[in-house]
Design a protein around this ligand. Structure first.
Ligand code: DQA
Length: 158
């Protein structure tokens, strides 16, 4: 008798979420955040994810509740799903985003374009870092690619 073993594992998927004002990338304080637009970042991430065999869900919102909803959507939709998030200013204020991450248990990498520790004091504290697997900051848009590669490794091990 001949048998075929089908993989039961679900497609690896990464939700890459950007918080408030990151839709303005390219024109917003380019000396701090760089010249690339969010569309440029999305295109680069899509190419990278295709080469990694990872499905990418790339979204941005200026609304905290919408971001919470997307984290819940990702975290509750099964295994093999990770989160890469630049929470923008909500990094420094949002217990709700932190609770969504810890409440769903989704593997998470926090990204910041700028080195928040070199900037104003109010940016030094992150509500997200204590519930993230890792944090990448200060490396500009390259941070998103590094986070995707790292998340792919995390998903391979889970
Ligand atoms: C940011 C840093 C935050 O302090 C700021 O509010 C942002 C962007 C970054 O990517 O460097 O909106 O998350």
């Amino acid at each position: 008798m001949c048998g075929i073993t089908l993989s039961q594992s679900r497609q690896k998927t990464v939700y890459l979420l950007n918080g408030p004002n990151l839709n303005l990338l390219g024109t917003r304080e380019p000396d701090i955040y760089g010249a690339k637009t969010l569309a440029d970042v999305e295109a680069e991430c899509a190419t990278l994810c295709a080469s990694l065999g990872v499905a990418l869900t790339f979204r941005q919102s200026n609304h905290e509740g919408e971001l919470v909803g997307w984290i819940q959507e990702a975290g509750l939709s099964g295994n093999n799903i990770g989160l890469v998030i630049n929470p923008g200013a909500y990094t420094h204020t949002s217990v709700a985003l932190r609770d969504a991450i810890s409440g769903t248990g989704i593997p998470t990498i926090e990204v910041h374009l700028s080195n928040i520790h070199k900037r104003e004091e109010f940016r030094h504290h992150s509500y997200i870092s204590p519930v993230a697997n890792g944090v990448i900051l200060g490396l500009g848009t390259k941070g998103y690619s590094l986070a995707l590669v790292a998340m792919n490794d995390i998903l391979d091990k889970t």
